[in-house]
Structures are given as structure tokens and as C-alpha cells.
Write a protein that binds this ligand. Structure first.
Ligand code: HEM
Length: 357
């Protein structure tokens, strides 16, 4: 009797050990596989040092029909644009480089790194891990970068520079001079948080979109030609090929291409919302405190919404005629509702230009 009991116990223990071992090895192999995917992200090379020749380099690569990684080039470009437009900050980033864009890229990768290493979800372990310490260092750098921009402007205003005097009134002016009904302005931290959001939300997204538009047009030379013809038509008869602000709405087909590239490769795949007051959705109860993830990338690829050719690049989907038949929530790369993207019109215009004068 005892012997049977012991052998059953031993067999069960061995079974459990085998299962746990199998689970641990599978989990380890899975993590290694996922890590491989993110390998390139974790230590992005310091390519920004090469920024000065970005355009010339892209052209040279195109002539030689070589493959080229466009992201770093676009990221420096869009970062320079947001600094100039939102903060009137003139920095020749494409020429001399800047560590900010790269730090944000590393921080984004670090978030995914943490997600795929479940033990790092414990704050204590994350804080003492090399990844957590690097993240903290990067956060401090990003904050100090924003503070420097704010301090420089404050100083300029204290020294007598008038808001909207020589410069246009920009986003930072609005933040620094905003007052509520009681005359109270935003705190230092509130201003820094807004500057942080604009700096990070306003350049990676636009860089990523621009590179997918370039990719999509490169894969579809007929559409590329059509875009070129549209630009040529707008510039016809002019001495200069500088695109003016008033030209931008004329690029209708280019806008359709940008939207189609965003449908297929939107830079923000999901958005999250906390349910503050419970409600019912499609027969399901969503209690207060639920976190709802809006899967925009799935919606934009859904066959039942976009048809059998849903994975093909077809800018005509966004022709005025087709758009008039679409649901307002069918295409939401900038999210929707009260907290949708504040920079969406700026972004759509930015996608059509590569310099700001
Ligand atoms: C193609 C480019 C862009 C895309 C696809 C994009 C997408 C988005 C999305 C999906 C959200 C909502 C996130 C959520 O619902 O949780 C958002 C929020 C936001 N975006 Fe953009 N964005 C782009 C460009 C920009 C630019 C250029 C700026 C700044 C000039 C900007 C500033 C912001 C800010 C400040 C928020 C937060 C708004 C809030 O919470 O009320 N974005 N963006």
C-alpha cells in the first residue's frame, strides 16, 4: 500500500517537475525569440552624428539603388520641425545631430523590453535593473531638455522680448502666458509635462508616418508618379520649387496616399481608456475601472470594413466620393473623441513638406 502511494507520489512529482521544466524552457526560448526581434531597438546606433548629409545621402543611395534605413533621417527632420514650430527653437539638428530623438526611441523600446520581461513589472526590480536605471537616466535627460527650452524662453520674455513681437505666438508662449479666471498660470511641472508631450508625441509619429508613405510610394511607382505630377502641376510656371502654405490643400492625391499609408502602417496601433463610469457595449457590461484597449491597427486591417483587398495599398479608398460613404469611426489613426490627437492637422500638413522656413 505504502509502496504504491510512494510510487504514485514520486511519479506525480516527476510529472510536475517535467511540466515546470518544460514550461520554464519554453518561456525562456520565447523570451529569447522576442528579444531578438527587439534587439535592434535596444542599442540604437548613434546615427544622428551623420545627420548633416542626410538628404544628400538619401539621394546618393537612390541613385545607386541601395537599401536605406530612412527612420533616423526622418526622425531628426521631424524633431527639428516640432522644435521650430511649437517652441520657436532654431537648432540645426539635421546637420549637427541631437541626442533627444534617440533617447525617446530608446525609452519607447525600453517599455516593450519591460513588457516582455515580466519580472521587471515589479517596480522595485525594474528600478534596480540596468534597463530601469537607463530608463530613469533617459527620463531625467528628457525633462532637463524640456526645462532648458522653457528657461530660455522665460529668460527671453523677462529680458523684454514681446510675445508675438518679432516671432509668431507659439505653443510655449501660450503655455507661459495662459491664466485662468483667477489669474493663476500653469505650474512649472504642468508646463514641463505639456512640453514633454509635444516633443515626444510630435516627432516619432510623424517620422514613422513619413517613412511608411515613402515606402508605400516606392513599392507603387504608378502612384508615386501621380503624386509627382500633382506637385509639378501646382508648381507649374513658378520660378522656385518652394511649396507655400496655401499650396498644401491642393495636394489631394498625396493626402489620399498619406492616409492609405497610415491605414496600413499607422504609427499608433492602440489607444487605452480607463472606464470611469460603467456602461454596456455590444451586450457586454464594462464595469468602472476596466481598461479598454482600442485596437486601431486591427480596425484598419479588417476585411469586413475595408473589403477583400484590405491589405493592398489603394489610395483611392480615400477619394472624396469613397470617404463620403465611410463611417466616421472607420479610420482613426489620430484616435477619436475628446482625447484625440491635438496635432493631427499640423501632422497632416507636415507630412507634405520636408523643410520649414
Ligand atoms: C502622424 C502623426 C501623428 C499620429 C498618428 C498621432 C496619433 C495620436 C493618437 C492616436 C493620439 C491619442 C492617444 C490616445 O488616445 O491615447 C494622440 C494624442 C496626442 N498627440 Fe498625436 N499624433 C501625431 C502627431 C502629433 C503631433 C505632430 C503632435 C504635436 C504637434 C501631437 C500631439 C499629441 C498630443 C499632445 C496628444 C495628447 C492629447 C491628449 O491627451 O489630450 N501628435 N496622437
Amino acid at each position: 500500500m505504502d509502496l504504491t502511494f510512494n510510487s504514485t507520489l514520486i511519479t506525480s512529482l516527476i510529472g510536475i517537475l517535467v511540466l515546470v521544466g518544460y514550461g520554464a524552457i519554453s518561456f525562456y526560448l520565447y523570451i529569447r525569440r522576442v528579444e531578438k526581434v527587439f534587439e535592434g531597438f535596444r542599442t540604437p546606433p548613434y546615427h544622428w552624428l551623420l545627420g548633416s548629409l542626410a538628404k544628400a545621402k538619401l539621394r546618393a543611395k537612390a541613385v545607386n539603388r541601395e537599401r536605406v534605413e530612412v527612420y533616423e533621417t526622418m526622425s531628426l527632420c521631424t524633431f527639428e520641425i516640432i522644435l521650430k514650430c511649437a517652441f520657436s527653437c532654431d537648432r540645426d539638428i539635421q546637420k549637427s545631430g541631437d541626442p533627444y530623438a534617440e533617447t525617446v526611441e530608446r525609452m519607447t523600446a525600453s517599455i516593450f523590453y519591460r513588457i516582455i520581461h515580466p519580472y521587471l513589472l515589479f517596480d522595485f526590480l525594474y528600478r534596480i535593473s540596468p534597463a530601469g536605471r537607463q530608463f530613469k537616466k533617459d527620463c531625467d535627460f528628457v525633462h532637463s531638455y524640456a526645462e532648458e527650452i522653457i528657461n530660455n524662453r522665460r529668460k527671453a520674455l523677462d529680458d523684454g522680448e514681446k510675445v508675438g513681437g518679432k516671432r509668431y505666438v507659439d505653443f510655449l508662449d501660450v503655455l507661459l502666458t495662459a491664466r485662468d479666471e483667477e489669474g493663476v498660470g500653469l505650474s512649472r511641472l504642468e508646463i514641463r509635462n505639456e512640453v514633454d508631450s509635444f516633443l515626444s508625441a510630435g516627432h516619432e509619429t510623424t517620422a514613422s508616418t513619413a517613412l511608411w508613405v515613402l515606402y508605400s510610394l516606392a513599392k507603387n511607382p504608378d502612384y508615386q508618379l501621380k503624386c509627382q505630377q500633382e506637385v509639378d502641376q501646382v508648381l507649374e510656371g513658378r520660378d522656385s520649387d518652394v511649396i507655400k502654405w496655401s499650396d498644401l490643400p491642393k495636394f489631394e492625391f498625396l493626402t489620399q496616399c498619406i492616409k492609405e499609408a497610415m491605414r496600413l502602417h499607422g504609427p499608433i496601433p492602440i489607444a487605452s481608456r480607463d472606464v470611469e463610469a460603467g456602461f454596456e457595449l455590444g451586450g457586454r457590461k464594462l464595469p468602472e475601472g476596466t481598461v479598454v484597449q482600442l485596437n486601431m491597427v486591427a480596425l484598419h486591417h479588417k476585411e469586413s470594413v475595408w473589403g477583400l483587398d484590405h491589405m493592398e495599398f489603394k489610395p483611392e479608398r480615400f477619394s472624396p466620393e469613397n470617404v463620403s460613404k465611410m463611417s466616421p469611426f472607420q479610420f482613426v489613426p489620430f484616435s477619436a473623441g475628446q482625447r484625440n490627437c491635438i496635432g493631427q492637422h499640423f501632422a497632416m500638413n507636415e507630412e507634405k513638406v520636408d523643410e520649414v522656413w
